[in-house]
Ligand binder design. Structure first.
Ligand code: NAD
Ligand code: UDX
Length: 464
């Protein structure tokens, strides 16, 4: 089957970059990305390509090349569904905030809405692809809904989870470790649908990196991959606390352990805690699924990864307060970095939000600088926690667009995102403009301790 028209529902951090790369690599396929969020679509269509709503290195160049040629962004969801022979569902699947499974299960209401709309609008056979991260066996529910209209239209459902990491999305999409496609391998129609998707990716991904599996393995592999990655971060963060008590250095331990080829060096960087829209949500979901099958030990095992991560964020903030003579009330604290990692403007579940909230509860005055995150986003992240009134957040937190301004007159600085530019700051000048003793807390192991201590900083780093 030759695919001519692709529709992607959801123009977010996954839908946008993924479809941009597909459009670039398959110039003969028309790719339309749709979203109900009008403002988001407007930004994707902004004549100034620097204003697209997702910041990723290299993305604006691809959008510039493909947009208007074979890449389109639109709010006309129905038209795009109707025209497409292949539909990616890439909508958000956050943790439920209400009802059964509140705080654990994935909220599938947007997924279900998509399925109902596809069922309603479709007049010709379609391949429907789960791009969103979903609980294992969601494809069965999708199939039920899609087949319920009884109008003779046939749907093939595939699972094609996305493994890109934010900040390196373009590189990850161009050069993936693997592409995973789950489908109905037992039927000819299923295999045909899988081949159609394999052929799209084979335009640029070597065939041996494209794995085909049954749907359930594909769905579960995605949750498992994120759980394994997050587990490595929590493991090294657990060791970082022990390092701080014993005089071992977590970077040296990570290097020594990671050089074992069975362990490998990646994802062993101690930090103030992992953030991002995926790790916590996907592990909670895995825990919820395990509990729902009564697999208590399995659930508890994975839940510990989250418990450790919450502890790491809290202990970093608590250590700041303790170090500063047990009070930060009315003290000025500069937070450098608000994004959950460098090279993205995404702040979902960022450790910075929780550290700031802790310090605000201690009545600190906070100044924030992040090169890519807007003041509006920072306030909205704090407001969302509901720890104090929106006004109180605006009174206690000032967002600035110059790191020097954030640090001027501060009692302490906390580095919470590993933006490269923080290494290059004139740290002597920063020090000169701070109150003394000048406290510097590095939540990312970004800065060299020796040079900072030489300048005169009271310097603390995770795991050091
Ligand atoms: P996102 O919130 O950035 O984007 C989702 C978009 O879907 C939003 O713009 C929303 O308006 C839109 N949407 C929701 N319901 C819709 C509907 N019925 N019709 C049209 N549009 C609708 O989310 P994201 O980060 O792109 O994540 C999407 C999925 O991909 C999630 O399941 C996530 O777990 C998974 N995922 C995310 C990442 C990542 O790094 N962000 C990586 C891999 C997988
Ligand atoms: C993750 C997965 O890596 C990706 O495959 C999946 O598709 C989506 O979820 P993402 O959350 O975008 O990607 O970024 P990632 O690089 O995994 O970082 C997640 C968090 O862990 C960040 O806050 C990062 O700073 C932190 N981290 C990562 C560490 O603290 N130490 C590490 O060694 C690695």
């Amino acid at each position: 089957m030759k695919i001519k028209n692709i529709c992607c529902i959801g123009a977010g951090y996954v839908g946008g970059p993924t479809m941009a790369v597909i459009a670039q690599k398959c110039p003969k396929v028309k790719v339309t990305v749709v979203d109900i969020n009008e403002q988001r679509i407007q930004l994707w269509n902004d004549p100034d390509v620097n204003n697209i709503p997702v910041y990723e290195p290299g993305l604006s160049e691809i959008v510039e090349e493909a947009r208007g040629r074979n890449l389109f962004f639109s709010t006309d969801v129905e038209k795009a569904i109707d025209e497409a022979d292949m539909i990616f569902i890439s909508v958000n699947t956050p943790t439920k905030t209400y009802g059964i499974g509140k705080g654990m299960a994935a909220d599938l209401k947007w997924i279900e809405l998509c399925a109902r709309q596809i069922a309603e609008v479709s007049k010709s056979d379609k391949i429907v692809i789960e791009k969103s991260t979903l609980p294992v066996r969601t494809a069965a529910a999708l199939k039920d809904i899609l087949d319920s209209t009884g109008n003779g239209v046939k749907f093939q459902i595939l699972s094609n989870p996305e493994f890109l990491a934010e900040g390196t999305a373009v590189e990850d999409l161009r050069n993936p470790d693997r592409v995973l496609i789950g489908g109905d391998i037992d039927s000819e129609e299923g295999r045909e649908a899988m081949d159609a998707l394999v052929n799209i990716y084979a335009s640029w991904v070597p065939k041996e990196k494209i794995l085909t599996t049954n749907v359930w393995s594909s769905e579960l592999s995605k949750l498992t991959a994120n759980a394994f990655l997050a587990q490595r971060v929590s493991s090294i963060n657990a060791i970082s606390e022990l390092c701080e008590k014993t005089g071992a250095d977590v970077n040296e331990v990570a290097k020594a352990v990671g050089m074992d080829s069975r362990v490998g060096p990646k994802f062993l960087k101690a930090s103030v805690g992992f953030g991002g829209s995926c790790f916590q949500k996907d592990i909670l979901n895995l825990v919820y699924i395990a509990r729902s099958f009564n697999l208590q030990e399995v659930a508890d095992y994975w839940e510990q990864v989250i418990i450790m991560n919450d502890h790491q964020k809290r202990r970093f903030a608590a250590n700041m307060v303790r170090t500063m003579y047990n009070t930060v009330a009315d003290k000025k604290i500069a937070i450098l970095g608000w994004a959950f990692k460098k090279d993205t403007n995404d702040t979902r579940e960022s450790a910075a939000i929780y550290v700031a909230d802790y310090l605000l509860n201690e009545q600190a005055e906070i100044l924030v600088y992040d090169p890519k995150v807007t003041a509006e986003q920072i306030y909205s992240d704090l407001d969302y926690l509901g720890s104090r009134s929106n006004d109180a957040n605006r009174q206690a937190v000032t967002v600035v667009n110059d790191p020097m301004q954030a640090c001027k007159g501060a009692h302490a600085i906390a580095v919470l995102t590993e933006w490269d530019e923080f290494r290059q700051l004139d740290w002597q000048e920063v020090y000169d403009n701070m109150l003394k003793p000048a406290f510097l807390f590095d939540g990312r192991r970004l800065l060299r301790p020796d040079t900072k201590r030489e300048i005169g900083f009271e310097f603390y780093a995770i795991g050091n």
